[in-house]
Design a binder for this molecule. Sequence first.
Ligand code: MSP
Length: 498
Amino acid sequence: MSYYVTTPIYYVNAAPHLGHAYTTIAADVMARHMRQRGEEVFFLTGTDEHGEPVAQAAERAGVSPRELADRNAQRFKDLAPLLEVSNDFFIRTSDLPHVQRVQDVLQTVYDNGHVYKGLYEGWYCPRCADFKSGTEIGPDNTCPIHGIPLEWEHEENWFFRLSEFQKPLEDLFDRRPDFVAPRARYNEARAFIDQGLQDVSLTRAKLTWGVPVPWDDSQVFYVWFDALLNYYTALSYADSGRDLTDTFWPATYHLIGKDILKFHSIYWPALLMAAEIEPPQHLYVHGFLLQEGQKMSKSLGNVIDPIQVVDTYGADALRHYLLRDVTFGQDGSVSTTAFESRYESELANEYGNLASRTIAMVHRYRDGVVPRADLDPSLNGDLEIAQHVSALVDKADLTAALETIWQSVRRLNRYVEEQAPWQLARDDSQSAALDTVLRSLIEGLRVLTVLLHAYLPAATERVLTALDQPRTDYAAAAYGAGEGGSGLGALEPLFPKR
Ligand code: MSP
C-alpha cells in the first residue's frame, strides 16, 4: 500500500516556531510508523513563499521577497533534521516546476469553464491572505486570528466558481464521513458548506509576487491556490526523472492546523474536482499550541524556540512532549515547566530507567547475556499491543497511540518491582525464575522500543543497539519475536539530567 502524508507548507515571512515544528513532528511519526509497517511512504513538507504575507514582511525587512524567501526557507529546511524529521522532499512554491504545474492545473480549471472575471469588494487580512466574511470578521473589522485591522479590498479579479461545487462537496462529505477528522472539524466544515458557498477570488491584481496567470499577465494567482497545489505538484518532480503522482495520489493524510480548515476542506477538494483530479483521502486537523491561553505565534511574540529546546534536551524529548502533553486534535497549553516535568518523570524515570536498569541487571546477574528462557506469559496482554497502536495511528490518533505504549512502559516498571530480580538473584533455587524475568524484561523493553521508534527515533536506536537486536520493522513489535542469547552492550543514560 502507498501512504502519502503532508504538512501545511509554512509561510516564509518569519522564522520557524514551535507551532510549525508540531505539525511536522506529527507527520513524521505517521511516516516513520508506516515505514515500519512496510508501506511505501512519501512524506512532504515545505514552504509557502508567494503572496501578501511574504511580500509585506519583505518590505518591512527592506529586502526583496525572494531574498526573504531564500533566507527563511533555509531555516525551515534546516529545522527538519534537527527534529529527526524524515521528510522525503522539501517543496518550495518558488520552485520552477511547481510554478509551471500550478499554471497547467489552473489553466485546466479555466478551460473547464470554472473561472470568470468579476469585481472583488470586501474585507481582507494580509497576514492570513484571506478574504473574510460573516463570523470571520472580528470587532471593528479586525482579524480575529491576528488582531490587525482588515483591509477593504476593491479590485478586478478572476473568480473561481466555488458555488458550483456546493452539491459535489455535500456529496463528498456525505459519502466520506472520515474525509475530515476529528468529528468536530468535519462538522465545522460541513456547517460552512451548508451556509451556502460563494465564488472566491482566484487571482490578485495588485501583487506581483506570485505565479503569473497564463491567460492574463496583469494578474498572479491568489496565494492559497498556488499553495494548496503543492501537495499535488511535488509528486511530479520530487524524484527527478520519475513522476510519483500515480503512486501516491490521492494523498492519504493532509495534516493541518485548525486555522486553515476552510481552505483545505472546501477550496481544495473543489479545486481538484474542477481540474478533474481526485480529492485527498483524509484531512486531519490538529489544535493550537497555546501559551497563556493564546495561540502561540510569531506575530503575538510568545514563542518557545524549538531549536533551543532540541539543543538542550534532544529532538526525542520535544517529540514526546508535544504529542503527549497536547492531545493531538485538540488545543493544549505548552510551558517549559510541563516540558521539564515530562522529560524527567516519563523519559528519564520511566522509559530511560526501565532501559538502563533492565540492561544493567542482565550485566550484573548474567554476564550481559540474555538468558534463553521462556517468556513470562503474564505479560502477554501488556505487550501484544502492536495492532491496537497501528489502528490508532491509522486514525492519526497519535496521543492515544503513545498513551497505549506508555501504559505498557509503566506496566514493565511495575513488573520489575513485583518480581524484584535482586531478591531472586540471592537465591540459587530461583535461578530459572530469574532467567524468565530477565528474558521477559529484555523482550518487553525491545517490543516497546520498536513501538516507540516512530516517536523517539534517536533514543530507541540506542536501546536497540545496546540490545543487539536492531530490527525496527513492525513484525518485530511482537512479544517473542526477539531471541534470547544476545550479548548486551552498554547504554549511557538516555535522558540525562539537565
Ligand atoms: N502557508 C499557510 C499554509 C498553506 S498549506 C497549503 C500557513 N502557513 S503558517 O506558517 O502560517 O502556518 C502553517 C501551520 O503551522 C498551521 O496550520 C499549523 O499547522 C501550524 N501552526 C502555526 N502555529 C501554530 C500553533 N500555535 N499551534 C499549532 N500549530 C500551529 O498557514
